[in-house]
Design a protein. Structure first.
Length: 299
């Protein structure tokens, strides 16, 4: 056997052995993956994410995908010649916009189901309307009405438990109903966080267009691999976190304080980022842990 070939297969064996303790630890545990950003637009990245989640399923995890679709919704709103109105930087969702959003999110949802099915895993696409899963109130922006944008007030996870028990991979689009059964669009980060809390997920992973949490966003060497909740709160309080990372990090803290063991912020622009973060000692993003959790990297 050639020495080069032997070296290659030994390296593959080492990768599998490195993954073993993680597979053992998280076997039969629920992991919620919030899927969005560039990973939803680039076809190759989309394929790698679906491969990652399918592999997690096949090695014994219980994944749930929660997806967004903002870029696709914007594209279709332009296509049909509708005007987009913004209130405090947020898109106002009138009845016509909501109709387009629901149509587009349904299309995205079923395309993800198709990709998972092609890899031999049974998937079911649902929205927060199904089984009364996501119940919402109208969300206001600084007191102003922004239309059919919902804030989750209650999650009924029964349909998710039923699907997981029957060995399906649930794929959820973030649409919910209010008490009068009106349809509302929901921020996908908020939906993923609320669902992870409701099912007491072991892990919640956000696929984003950033590498992770930096102490100084201008200095790439300040990427934080692991962050305890108390330290995350200090970073926010000291003014280090701003922009789009602030609500994301607050969502992470909220999830941890409501029963989720670990939250990961990952760069979805890196192929197979989920596997690299979950199955390797170093990881590639930022893992946020409860203050009582043991650190898991660099052991």
């Amino acid at each position: 056997m050639e020495e080069k070939y032997m070296k290659e297969i030994l390296e593959k064996a080492e990768v599998l052995i490195e993954a073993l303790p993680y597979i053992q630890r998280f076997n039969r545990k629920i992991i919620v993956v919030k899927y969005g950003g560039s990973a939803m637009v680039d076809e190759e990245l989309k394929k790698s994410v679906i491969q990652d989640v399918t592999l997690l399923k096949l090695v014994g995890f219980k994944p749930i995908i929660v997806h967004g679709g903002g870029k696709e919704i914007s594209k279709w709103i332009d296509k049909v010649g509708m005007e987009t109105e913004f209130v405090n930087g947020l898109r106002k969702t009138d009845a016509a916009t909501m109709e387009v959003a629901e149509m587009v999110l349904g299309k995205v949802n079923k395309s993800l189901v198709q990709m998972v099915e092609e890899l031999g895993v049974n998937a079911i696409g649902i929205s927060g309307k199904d089984g009364g899963m996501l119940k919402v109130d109208k969300k206001l922006s600084n007191g102003e009405d922004i239309g059919y944008v919902g804030e989750i007030k209650e999650v009924n996870p029964k349909i998710l438990y039923d699907l997981l028990e029957k060995d399906f991979l649930p794929i959820v689009c973030p649409i919910g109903l209010d008490d009068a059964f009106n349809t509302y669009n929901i921020n996908a980060d908020d939906a993923a966080c609320a669902i992870a809390r409701a099912v007491s997920a072991e892990k919640l992973a956000f696929l984003t267009d950033i590498e992770g949490v930096y102490k100084d966003p201008e200095d790439k060497s300040t990427l934080i691999s692991e962050l305890m909740v108390k330290d995350a709160k200090k970073l926010i309080g000291d003014g280090y976190i701003g922009g789009g990372m602030l609500p994301k990090l607050n969502n992470c803290i909220d999830a941890i304080e409501n029963g989720v063991s670990r939250v990961h912020i990952l760069d979805g622009r890196i192929a197979h980022c989920l596997l690299l973060e979950i199955f390797t000692n170093k990881g590639i993003g930022t893992a946020i842990l409860g203050d009582k959790e043991m650190k898991f990297y660099h052991e």
